[in-house]
Write a protein that binds this ligand. Sequence first.
Ligand code: SF4
Length: 232
Amino acid sequence: MTKTLPIYSVTPFTMLDFPDKTACIVWFSGCNMRCPYCHNPVLVKGKGRGSIDEVMGFLKKRQGLLDGVVLTGGEASVYPGLPDFIRDIKALGYAVKLDTNGLRPDIIEKFLAEGFLDYVALDYKAPPAKFQAVTGVEKYEAFEKTLSLLCAQDKVAFELRTTVHTALMDEGDISAIIEDIGERGYSGTYFVQNFIDDNDRPTLGNIGAQERVLDIKSLPEPKGFKVEFRNF
Ligand code: SF4
């Protein structure tokens, strides 16, 4: 029987989304957040149209040609079928990267313990006071647990990233995140991504263009990690 997961589509090749690896990207429909700046409303509200068998067929053909698989969305961590899917992917010899918003620390804890992940990209959406406005959900505590879990281990490399739309977040918020992750001993790269308005692509909250761009020169120096700015 064809097994299903809400897979929206597969990007067959990327050299940009999994550090030091050639990879494909599996996009999942559905998300447990509602970020107003989200550029993927169709994907977030959609149901998915692919099957696991189709994706596995694709991955079997690419064995030896690609190093890894990026699981993104949407939010892949919400699906109960994901562990079996990852087991099957890893059995083919692929490394697995998970992009996550961090709302499922229980899943991340299990995946870390079982060796399911080779790399994690965690969205640090906003500090506690802005978390609901930026994500549509009041769940900073769940995100914070995921952040703590990742910071407390050194087996799986991970990166942190924040998208900034200045109608939602300002320099004080990004400074607070830089301070927080420094205090947690983070030693990787923190990516601060400037929201890009693309007239051809609607956003989940119809947020529109920014009136001003974040003043990155006013941010504090990171302690023990790097900050990289994208699209500024
Ligand atoms: S930007 Fe927000 S709503 Fe869109 S997929 Fe990511 S977490 Fe979900």
